[in-house]
Design a protein around this ligand. Structure first.
Ligand code: NDP
Ligand code: 2IT
Length: 449
């Protein structure tokens, strides 16, 4: 990664001063600022017009109380968030995260990343993110439903198909989107399908949206491999996490002839040299909402559960971090480089620490940042919005073709932009610069608003 140029250093100091204590937001803005040196050198008007300063300030931030009653009759209070970051390219668009670690700094980092990711898709969507510090683990369906209904009872007034369109993220999948959509429909008395994405196929959802983020990351890696004259055939992969993104990344690696030998959850990781048995993993994780230890118990054979250490200690050609932010640090990067890993592509948002990115680069590893590599999920959300707007529904094959084309186009755009700025093969610079210029040009055209 490049160092930040002095003209941007002052702006970055201001971001830190104006947003104290939001470490993840600082990290995400720093990474973009570090890429923008060559852009402001070539096009100083991006500095003169203060468009960068504007971009760092969300258009609107909503924080609200979410009261609900648990199964024992006890009142619970959580905090809900929606950060509507930038709507220059389209309605605010981005997921909702339900996890105990959620606070404003996490939502802002995710919303900021989302602006650039959504711009890279080439589709008309702005950037936003939301969520709550609610922990769905161990909660009954009825508790999750009451929580979602209370959350939407406040959120509904802020969203709409032309305004802001939430979707899933950590802890928010088809079940939660169903309860949220049901409550929105009830309160507004409108069957407004385009207000949320990630809906079920029977009630306005799109084919491939469930699979899209995981499939998209693997399509992106297929492009990287193709650019190097290689393919997935016979290659080993390690995936972190075992949620929505991880499961469908594993599925697509296997379809393309590779073998995923390890995956994880927050309690440990499993090594299965025969290749992860995806049907079993889906039963445990999607149907039973179980733990990775249950996979090892059911699988038998040589599958091993490891509860200390890191999934990145497992030797691999391709590493796909698909769990959470800052899960792949310096030690993990050194282990990957030492074991001959060639490609790291982020399925999660900002899973690789800045120090780890430097170590990977120095070790000759190709690194694909999340805002490019995991854009397939939100891109397919935009395809869901298209289908809702035209009251149509497309086939799986057609939708997957669109996803594959979009990932190919993002890959090409990153490489072309990196070349244009004299940084060949630098996917971080390519993604940040291509996305920034796209959004900033739209903001400038719309005036000072
Ligand atoms: P899920 O909730 O389906 O799965 C999350 C997985 O990551 C689980 O295996 C979970 O383990 C693990 N995990 C979560 N938090 C932690 C933590 N603090 N430490 C260790 N492991 C953790 O979420 P998704 O698969 O949807 O999201 C995964 C990542 O992908 C996130 O970074 C998300 O922002 C990103 N993403 C998601 C998209 C989507 O369409 N869903 C689109 C683009 C990016 P456990 O169950 O033990 O908590
Ligand atoms: O991080 C992401 O891109 C998502 N969680 C998906 C957002 C969306 O609106 O589909």
């Amino acid at each position: 990664m490049a160092e930040m140029v002095p003209e941007l250093g002052g702006l970055f100091d201001e971001v830190i001063a104006r947003n104290p204590g939001e470490a993840e937001f600082h990290q995400a803005t720093r990474e973009v600022f570090e890429s923008l040196g060559p852009v402001v050198a070539k096009h100083p008007h991006y500095l003169d017009t203060e468009v960068i300063r504007r971009l760092c300030e969300p258009e609107r931030q909503i924080i609200f109380r979410v009261p609900w009653t648990d199964d024992r009759g006890q009142v619970q209070i959580n905090r809900g968030f929606r950060v509507e970051f930038n709507s220059a390219l389209g309605p605010f668009k981005g997921g909702l995260r339900f996890h105990p670690s959620v606070y404003l700094g996490i939502v802002k980092f995710l919303g900021f990343e989302q602006i650039f990711k959504n711009a890279l898709t080439g589709l008309p969507i702005g950037g936003g993110k939301g969520g709550a510090d609610f922990d769905p683990k161990g909660r009954s369906d009825a508790e999750v439903m009451r929580f979602c209904q209370s959350f939407m009872t406040e959120l509904y007034r802020h969203i709409g198909e032309y305004t802001d369109v939430p979707a899933g993220d950590i802890g928010v999948g088809g079940r939660e989107i169903g309860y949220l959509f049901g409550q929105y429909k009830r309160i507004t008395n409108r069957y407004e399908s385009g207000v949320l994405t990630g809906k079920g196929l029977a009630w306005g959802g799109s084919q491939v949206r469930t699979e899209a983020t995981g499939y998209g990351v693997v399509f992106f890696v297929r492009e990287i491999l193709a650019a190097q004259g290689k393919s997935f055939e016979g290659r080993r992969a390690v995936v972190s996490g075992s949620g929505n993104v991880a499961i469908y990344a594993i599925e697509k690696v296997h379809e393309l002839g590779g073998k995923v030998v390890a995956c994880s959850d927050s309690s440990g990781y499993v090594v299965d040299e025969a290749g992860i048995d995806l049907e079993l993993l889906k039963e445990i994780k999607l149907r039973d909402r179980g733990r990775i230890a249950d996979y090892v118990a059911a699988r038998g054979g040589n599958a091993r559960l490891i509860t200390g250490g890191s999934v990145w200690d497992v030797p691999t050609d391709v590493a796909l971090p698909c769990a959470t932010q800052n899960e792949l640090g310096a030690d993990a990067a050194r282990a990957l480089v030492g074991n001959g890993c060639r490609i790291v592509a982020e399925g999660a948002n900002m899973p690789t620490t800045p120090e780890a990115i430097k170590i990977l680069a120095a070790g000759g590893v190709t690194f694909a940042p999340g805002k490019a590599a995991n854009a397939g999920g939100v891109a397919t959300s935009a395809l869901e919005m298209q289908q809702n707007a035209s009251r149509d529904s497309w086939t799986f094959a057609h939708t997957e073709d669109r996803l594959s084309e979009i990932m190919g186009a993002i890959h090409a755009r990153c490489l072309e932009t990196a070349d244009e700025y004299g940084l060949p093969g630098d996917y971080v610079a390519g993604a940040n610069i291509a996305a920034f210029t796209h959004v900033a040009d739209a903001m400038l055209a719309l005036g000072v608003i």
